[in-house]
Design a protein around this ligand. Sequence first.
Ligand code: FE2
Ligand code: FE2
Length: 156
Amino acid sequence: MNAVELLKHDHEAVKQLFERLGKTTERGIKTREELMRHLHEELMTHARLEEEIFYPAFRAASGKEGEVLFHEAKEEHRAVEALILPDLEKTDPASSEFAGRVKVLKDMIEHHIEEEEQEMLPKACELLGEERLEELGAQMESRRKELKRQAGERAA
Ligand SMILES: [Fe+2]
Ligand SMILES: [Fe+2]
């Protein structure tokens, strides 16, 4: 998979997790906890791949216009990681507050994904070219494996 395909693939996985979370109720505590763990891992890994590999390559190729997109995207990651996700993870999945917080996170992430897919990714395709996108995709795949291994070691 090239870098753009890989990112879109991740986006779909995240959207599906939100859809499943949206169908849970206050009685489905175990399911909510499990989906939250999964979502956390998907979001953090995806953000690392973008921030370490894809965004810098995009930024380097894109000049002034891309600079704004770059900072905006990074700031949205930060808001999710530092504020919204930790709050949600502290929220009792048996409470009615939980669904409200999931909805806010979902809206924010969908907006972020849409901006990446409508603006950043098409621009990246134009600027970087197929060969470079393949190379970045391979780098991201191997970084993902490394992050998974590290997460496994921490959990053990
Ligand atoms: Fe992103
Ligand atoms: Fe993304």
